[in-house]
Ligand binder design. Structure first.
Ligand code: FES
Ligand SMILES: [Fe+2]
Length: 389
């Protein structure tokens, strides 16, 4: 275990955890497009406060339908801009009516006989709408191309789900590179089919996208499963269905984006391969099922952590127990886990590789040396290695 221990020790030297403005990991994360809001939650003409990586913003959708992300406060008396009015693609402050266009430029100051609006400008950030999500580029300077995922663009029902989990985002990146936890943490769930793997056969490899984790199932005809992790915070999988009407595996992509250092949002997109009348029926039934579901499962996880209930007693309260199981295991590690005192073994090879890559990239970022340009090649696809369920 000497090699693993050394790799783990090196990972400890780098701070992956803190992503506030000015932090190394925060500046690195801001050099990628990040999803910041679910498109369906942002109607035209509405503004909301937004917090991403311990930094505040205003997100609004202009009356033209275009989403915008600008700074959090009006520069006059510093009130919160999200309580103001959206006018065309501008936002007007609720307090004394200063108006800002989508580039952040102040364009009206109703109380000033001699306007100095041209000298007043708040920050603004490029946005894109894709796969049911609003993406923002918070890094400053010219934004790179927004990466595309053709496997999620195919015909079918696209479900965009977001939820906040009360722990550091990196805990879920570790979790994404830890396939063996399925055998224990996800017992009795729809992904149980992924439990039958031999932990000695977990083979992670660095790819152009991030990490490909190869897993051979131990069950007869179990096949080879490929889990893809995309730098810096993406997971791409093929998952078993949630509903008997689904006729094949669903495609799944997820971004884990820090709200602050002790909370993150998971932006989960599922593509279900059904079309036509079957798709309409599926949408209706899903909407009914989700209508009664708790928006946050954190309270349920807290009941388990405090010993007031067991996970088995609560599983009927949620439409998909997988999320609650991960809520429990991830928050049980603490909001910021004590990585200094972990004891990694052979089955943790995915986590070790993840931290090694992150450490290398952060070091390059800190010293201004060229960074790896991550991109998912079309031939690289997540696969379940099984025929249709
Ligand atoms: S605080 Fe915004 S206009 Fe006065
Ligand atoms: Fe999990």
């Amino acid at each position: 275990m000497v090699v693993l221990d050394r790799a783990a020790a090196r990972a400890k030297e780098m701070d992956f955890v803190h992503t506030g403005p000015g932090t190394l990991a925060g500046r690195y994360m801001r050099s990628f497009w990040q999803p910041v809001f679910r498109a369906a939650d942002l109607p035209a003409g509405r503004a909301f406060p937004l917090r991403v990586m311990s930094e505040d913003f205003t997100i609004y959708r202009g009356q033209t339908g275009v989403p915008h992300v600008v700074g959090p406060r009006c520069l006059h008396r510093r009130t919160q801009l999200s309580v103001g009015w959206v006018e065309d693609d501008c936002i007007r402050c609720f307090y004394h009516g200063w108006k800002y266009d989508s580039s952040g430029q102040c364009v009206e100051q109703p109380a000033e006989a001699e306007s100095f609006a041209k000298d007043v400008r708040i920050a603004s950030y490029p946005t894109r709408e894709y796969l049911g999500l609003i993406f923002a580029y918070l890094g400053g300077g010219e934004a790179p191309e927004l990466p595309r995922y053709p496997e999620l663009e195919a015909e079918g029902v696209l479900e965009a789900e977001t939820f906040v989990r009360a722990c550091n985002y990196f805990s879920d990146l570790d979790n994404a590179c830890d396939p063996y936890h399925v055998a224990f943490a996800h017992q009795g769930s729809r992904i149980n089919v992924n439990a039958a793997i031999d932990p000695r056969n977990i083979v992670p490899e660095e790819s152009d996208f991030g990490i490909t984790i190869k897993l051979r199932r131990t069950t007869e005809g179990g096949g080879l499963r490929l889990n893809l992790f995309g730098m810096p915070n993406i997971q791409l999988l093929r998952l078993p269905s949630l509903d008997p009407k689904e006729t094949s595996w669903r495609e799944f992509i997820s971004w884990r984006v820090p709200v602050d250092d002790k909370n993150y949002v998971s932006f989960n997109i599922n593509l279900v391969h059904i079309t036509g009348e079957a798709a309409s029926q599926f949408r209706r039934q899903r909407a009914e099922k989700l209508a009664g579901a708790p928006a946050s499962t954190m309270e349920l996880a807290e009941l388990v952590l405090s010993g007031k209930a067991t996970l088995d007693e609560l599983r009927h309260k949620v439409p998909d127990v997988v999320r609650l199981q991960d809520d429990v295991v991830l928050t049980a590690q603490g909001a910021i886990p004590d990585r200094e005192n972990e004891y990694l073994g052979r089955s943790d090879v995915g986590i070790v590789l993840l931290r090694k890559i992150w450490r290398r990239e952060l070091q390059a970022f800190a010293t201004g040396t060229p960074l790896k340009r991550w991109a998912k090649p079309d031939h690289l696809v997540a696969t379940n290695g099984l025929a249709k369920p």
